[in-house]
Design a protein around this ligand. Structure first.
Ligand SMILES: Cc1ncc(C[n+]2csc(CCOP(=O)(O)OP(=O)(O)O)c2C)c(N)n1
Ligand SMILES: [Mg+2]
Length: 340
């Protein structure tokens, strides 16, 4: 698969209003700085367990979620800090969750891989590769049966395509006419396995053809292109009630998780992709278009830094869930005696 084989949107379509552009920039900066700080906290032993950073992939979550309605459902995989922050889960709530504290969005029980916020329609954070796809079908089936107009956006990695659940879910969604946007974040690797070592046909979006499902591919390093592609796809899903498969081609700049010697990919490849880092690309584009000056950029950076400092301080100060609460939500309260 050629790294250059990516779709782009026409220039005219790619310029939303200045305020929307600045909001996208702020979100991408928030996600990037949040994850950089999370890595530091991990190295200091403040965050434990697994930590998967999506640095390099911010444009996908931010661009896609900007194109959704507030009640549309989101299902993500385990590299999902970007999805949670872009959906508006407060940085403090996400950071506290990663610190394992009671003030986290799952009271510290889920950690980095299981961010969940039902009020914001974020249904995970799913650590099982491809595990989110059948859940997305279930959410969409409920919406269809109840006549609700929502779309379920389901993010998953290229590694999920090798799982039976991917094929079962696409088949079922097409067969049962479920309003799901399947959104593959193709970063070329599933841990240390490059896409073309596990897929005979590596153009992921074209797998939609096997399920009579419309599909498209987009440059996942270009936030405006992602926003436009998702907007078009979601309009189609909402209008027809039928599913859509969108592939966003992107790259993670960091290791798979915090423990990974990265022996499976050449350094030059990483460096080449960094030339297309979605943040500097977008900043340069905004500056060239006269929509961003140095002062405005510094102001956004300062705002984001303050938000993250506050999130870390609050997470450090917060308590862990008391032991007495540990069975809460684990064991159902005993049901009353059945009536005879
Ligand atoms: C069913 C299942 N098999 C194996 C694993 C172990 N595992 C964790 S991450 C991963 C790779 C997934 O790659 P991809 O879907 O491309 O996501 P990315 O890490 O690139 O975001 C694997 C195989 C798992 N979590 N679940
Ligand atoms: Mg991957």
């Amino acid at each position: 698969m050629s790294e250059a084989a990516i779709a782009s949107v026409p220039e005219a379509e790619a310029w939303p209003a200045r305020e929307r552009c600045l909001a996208l920039l702020r979100q991408m900066l928030l996600v990037r700085r949040f994850e950089e700080r999370a890595a530091e906290c991990y190295q200091q032993g403040l965050i434990r367990g697994f930590l998967h950073l999506g640095i390099g992939q911010e444009a996908v979550a931010v661009g896609a979620i900007a194109a959704l309605e507030p009640d549309d459902r989101i299902v993500a995989a385990y590299r999902e800090h970007g999805q949670a922050l872009a959906r508006g889960v407060p940085a403090a709530s996400v950071m506290a969750e990663m610190f394992g504290k009671a003030t986290g969005c799952c009271r510290g029980r889920g950690g980095s891989m299981h961010l969940f916020d039902a009020a914001r329609r974020l249904y995970g954070g799913n650590a099982i590769v491809a595990g989110g796809l059948p859940l997305a079908c279930g959410l969409a089936l409920a919406d269809r049966i109840l006549g609700r107009p929502h779309v379920t956006a389901c993010f998953f990695g290229d590694g999920a395509v090798a799982e039976g659940e991917f094929h079962e879910s696409l088949n079922l969604a097409a067969l049962w006419v479920l309003p799901v946007l399947f959104l593959c974040e193709n970063n070329l690797y599933a841990m240390g396995t490059r896409l073309d070592r596990h897929q005979a046909m590596a153009d992921i979006h074209r797998k939609g053809d096997a399920y009579a499902m419309p599909h498209a591919v987009v440059d996942g390093m270009d936030v405006l292109a992602v926003e436009a592609a998702v907007r078009r796809a979601v309009e189609q899903v909402r209008g027809t009630g039928r599913p859509f498969l969108l592939e966003a081609r992107t790259y993670r700049f960091r290791a798979h998780s915090m423990y990974d010697a990265e022996l499976y990919r050449p350094r030059e490849e990483v460096e080449r992709w960094k030339q297309r880092d979605p943040l500097p690309l977008f900043i340069a584009r905004l500056q060239d278009g006269g929509r961003l000056d140095d002062a405005a950029l510094a102001a956004v950076e300062a705002e984001v830094a303050a938000e993250i400092d506050a999130a870390v301080a609050a997470a450090q100060a917060a308590a862990v869930e008391p032991v007495a609460d540990l069975l809460r939500d684990v064991v159902a309260p005993s049901s009353p005696e059945p009536q005879t």
